[in-house]
Structures are given as C-alpha cells and as structure tokens.
Design a protein around this ligand. Structure first.
Ligand SMILES: *Cc1c(COP(=O)(O)O)cnc(C)c1O
Length: 551
C-alpha cells in the first residue's frame, strides 16, 4: 500500500483542495455513494507537472467546476497555450490558424464521414461532398488521373484521414501487404466468393516466398512505419535476414544485418545500398515493399523517388516480380482456372507527411522562376508510385491531426466486410471519420490559390535559408562547432541541442544521432509559415546567452 496514513478518499482534489469524497454533487442515490472508484494515491504527484497549469486547477471533481473555477482553469490553460503557440518553432506544423470566425458554427454540428468517400451514406450528417472536392484537388496536384471512377483502375482513389500520416502509412502498408500477399483486389470482389482473406494459389515453379512481402525503409524513417509493420505483422528485411539468412548480409558478409536501409549524411535513402538489399530478397522470390520519405522527419530530406522506382522496378523485372499472375481457385486441370489477375510484385509507398503538401508549390515557384530549384518528383507522374500520404496539419495547418491517403483505384483491396449498417463500403481504416477535418482543408484550399501557396512556399524556403545562415554566423561568432546543417531544400535546420529552457521555450524537437562513432544530441527548427524572422532573432539572442550550450 502506498499511503497508509492518508485514507485515499481524503486526498485533496480539484481547485478547492476538498477531499475527493466530499466533492460529490447532490445526486441522491438509494444506497449511498455512486459506484465509482476513488483515487488510490494523489494524482497531483503521480504525473509530471506543468508549472503554468497546476493540475489542482483542472482536476475534474464529480461535481464538475462552477463558473468561477472553470474561468480560472481555462484562463490558465489558454495563457499557457497562447505563449507556446507564439514561440513554437521545432516541428513541421503550421500553427497560425484562423478558422474560428468562419467555421466556429460547425463546432456545434456533428460531421462524420464514416465509410467510403464516394458513396453517400445513410449517415447524412457528413461532409463527404467537401471531402471529394478536397481529394480531387490533391489528385490534380499530385498528377493522378481524376475524377475517381470505380471502373477505371488508373483513376485515383483516396480518403481523408482521421489521424495524420501515421494512419496513411498504416493504411498504405496494409493495402500493400494484402496486395503483395495475393489477396483479392476490390475490382474482382463481385460474386459470391469475394472473401478478403482468401489466399492465392502458388503457381507452378513459383518461389515458396512468392506471397511473403518484405519491407524496406531507411534509417531516417518516421516511427509510425516501425509501428505499422509491427501492428500489421509485416516482415522487415532485417527480420527475415536475421532469422533466415543470418550470415548472408549482402552489405557486408559476416556483419549483422542493419535494422533499416542506410541513409546518406543528408538523410535520404542510400539508393545503391537499397538496391543491394532488394536484389538479395527479390532473387529469392520475396515481393518487395518499399516505403520512402518525402520530407524525412528530422532532417527534412527527400528520398530520390524516381531513382528508387527505376531501380526497384529493374531489379524486380529480372526476377519476374514486375508483373505476375495471381491465381485464386484451382481449375479442372489443376492449374489456375482463369480467376486470376496480374499485378506487380513490388509496392512503393510514399510518406509525404510534410513534403507532399509543400513541394508541389515549390515546383510551381521554380517553373515560374521564383526559386532556382525544387526537390525531385515524387507523385503519380511516376507509374511505380502505388500509394501516397500527407498530413493536413503540417504544411496547410489545421488545429488537429488530419491528412490525405491516395492510391490508384485498381490497387484497392477487397474490404474485410460489407457494411450495410452505414450504407457505404467500409474501404477506410477508421469506422467513424472526422468530417470536420474535410471542412478545414476545404476552407483552406478555397481561400488560397496556387499563387498564394507558391508564395508561401518560397517564403518558408527563404526563411529556412535565413535560419541556416544566421546559425552558421553564430557558430563562427562562438568559435564552436554547433553542427549546423540543412539538407537540400529542407525546411528543417538542425544544430547542437541548447539548454533545456531554450528547448522548451521554442518547442525544439530533439534527436540523438551517431556521427563518426559518437553520439550527438541535436535539435531542429522548422521554418513554417507562422515563424517570423523576429522570432528567429529572439532564438538567436537566447542562443548567445552564456549557458546556452553546455561545455
Ligand atoms: C509527421 C510525420 C509522420 C506522421 O504524421 P502524423 O500526422 O503525425 O501522423 C509520418 N511521416 C513523416 C515523415 C512525418 O514527418
């Protein structure tokens, strides 16, 4: 027992420090107290404290808060969030938002886009009409064939996410796993035998691994990918290599398999090393699932999608994994009975959480002569791009996580179950989907032309350049290596981690990297739309302070 002395229900609770057990409302129950559990120890000491918002002020007693208590608590929280918003510089999300005036009305409206975006639903409180407009906008921006047409395999299909790119990655990898392991495509799912869990027949002479996809992604990949392969039980090349071919790491015979595909100093995937790894598994007949970063999380690096696509397709073609028939039932002669389809034995997923929102406009700016360069092509212009995801709260800016997932209609898999209950096919990941997010993205896109977006992209690009130069100057001034670096065309600038107070004030994101065998604690700053030169100069002033960098 933790606190013998103090009866748990005497623990002071809520803004008045009243014992928890005295804070009940006047609801009269026949047999004494409501059947709820009291705290066993003091929650105020159980959790980390936020100095600006004392937990006591926001704890929720059974009686709720009266208007005065509520006002005090909310004012504390508001002041804290408004201060942090002003100085927020460390993450790739835009934080100057102004939706309140126009969209406040909808906070009192229920919007739920449950089910497929292209099917109306018996759940009529939805914003799917706006969702489809937003999806068409991105299909065009990313050079997909649009509008969506369920009978045209080359047309795009997509949906707006309720989480951010983490959900897009999860959904993309789920689709990829089922596609590569030979499950039934959606376009073949008519008829009575349309079971999503059906397994394919192994063809004559086909590798025993023909339907065991292996995943590849770089060391600079977002943790949501690691989580997705875990949740989906997808084998990574590291796992298969270590368990089945322990002594055969093709990157260094006799050395341990790397956990991820190595990346370059700039943070982009090392295409040559990826090629060596992909060849090892393709030669054994494993289908290949590659997830690429378009804007890696920490360095903001762009994988060379075009080079990877060309390389992976070339290698897969050598081993019959570029196009292959997938058979489902045995015909009379014991072979496939014609119920088959042809599909690729590889899948390229693009994690464009930030980059897919921002770089299309930078490319427009380059074509208009406003900037010299833009990052490499990543979108559906490349025929090998199978799926793509982007976060809505990052480049565009929304008050909560949201995003876009997009693929080609012909690559969709049969959903696990038909969903008569909601009146629309259950083709998305979540059940209920956030319909407010569609409204936010629609609002933003309606109010910003390509010209506006291109101008904003140039401004952020130039701001990142400014931050980079000023930090290099500071490094000279202090006569000390601050490890200042910016990957090509990245909005992130990284440098040596300063004092924790500065990290907290500007919400700087931390990462420890190994460089030349030593650990380096880094932070980065992201040059997003809300960040001003003034705020950057404030940060530089703080970084000049005597204790800014530990000796
Ligand atoms: C932010 C990020 C994600 C995750 O996006 P959420 O919107 O936070 O789910 C995935 N990949 C990359 C490269 C990211 O930067």
């Amino acid at each position: 027992m933790a606190h013998e002395a103090e009866a748990p229900s005497d623990i002071p609770f809520g803004p008045e420090d009243a014992p928890w057990q005295k804070s009940f409302s006047s609801l009269r129950l026949v047999r004494g107290m409501p059947r709820v559990s009291p705290p066993t120890t003091d929650p105020r000491t159980a959790y980390l404290s936020v100095p600006e918002v004392p937990f006591a002020k926001v704890q929720l007693p059974p009686s709720g808060l009266d208007p005065r208590q509520y006002a005090e608590a909310e004012a504390l929280f508001r002041r804290h969030i408004d201060t942090q918003t002003r100085d927020f510089a460390g993450y790739q999300v835009t934080s100057d938002l102004n939706y309140r005036e126009r969209l406040g009305h909808y906070l009192d409206r229920h919007l739920n886009n449950v089910g497929d975006p292209y099917q109306s639903s018996s759940y009529t409180l939805n914003s799917k009409v706006l969702e489809r407009a937003v999806l068409d906008y991105f299909a065009s921006l990313w050079n997909a064939k649009w509008p969506h047409d369920e009978n045209d395999p080359e047309s795009y299909w997509g949906y707006l996410l309720t989480m951010g790119s983490s959900e897009g990655n999860l959904y993309g990898l789920w689709n990829a796993r089922d596609y590569l392991s030979g499950k039934r495509l959606r376009k073949h799912s008519t008829g009575t035998r349309a079971l999503s869990y059906e397994r394919p027949l192994r063809g004559e002479g086909q590798s025993p691994h023909a339907y065991e996809p292996v995943a590849f992604f770089s060391a600079d990949t977002h943790y949501s990918l690691t989580k997705a392969v875990r949740a989906l039980d997808i084998d990574t090349f590291h796992y298969v290599g270590t368990t089945r071919y322990p002594a055969e790491n093709p990157l260094g015979p006799g050395t341990p398999w790397p956990t991820e595909v190595p990346s370059t100093e700039d943070g982009a995937i090392d295409v040559d090393k990826l090629a060596v790894l992909v060849r090892f598994f393709a030669a054994k007949g494993y289908p290949v699932l590659v997830s690429l970063n378009y804007g890696s999380t920490f360095k903001g690096a762009y994988d060379d999608v075009e080079a990877v696509a060309r390389t992976v397709r070339g290698i897969c073609a050598e081993y019959g994994l570029d196009r292959r028939p997938v058979y489902r039932h045995r015909g009379n002669d014991g072979g496939g009975d014609g119920d088959h389809d042809e599909r690729s034995g590889y899948w390229l997923h693009i994690d464009g959480a930030l980059g897919a929102g921002y770089t299309p406009y930078l490319e427009m700016a380059r074509d208009a002569g406003l900037v010299k360069e833009a990052p490499p092509v990543f979108d559906f212009r490349l025929e090998d791009v199978h799926s793509l995801t982007m976060s809505g709260h990052k480049w565009f800016g929304t008050p909560w996580a949201c995003g876009v997932f997009m693929t080609r209609t012909g690559l969709q898999m049969t959903p696990p179950k038909s969903a008569e209950y909601i009146g629309a096919a259950d083709t998305t990941f979540a059940g209920s989907r956030n319909g407010f997010s569609a409204l936010l993205m629609w609002d933003h896109l309606a109010r910003h032309s390509y010209d506006d977006q291109a101008r904003l992209a140039v401004e952020c690009h130039e701001l990142a350049g400014y931050v980079h130069e000023r930090l290099l100057d500071l490094q000279d001034e202090l006569g000390r290596d601050l490890w200042v670096a910016r990957s090509p065309l990245s909005l992130a600038v990284r440098f040596r981690r300063p004092h924790p107070d500065i990290v907290r004030r500007y919400s700087l994101a931390c990462e420890t990297a190994r460089v030349d065998g030593t650990s380096r604690p880094y932070v980065h700053l992201y040059a997003m739309r809300h960040l001003t030169r003034q705020r950057v100069d404030d940060l530089l002033r703080d970084l000049r302070g005597p204790d800014a960098f530990a000796r």
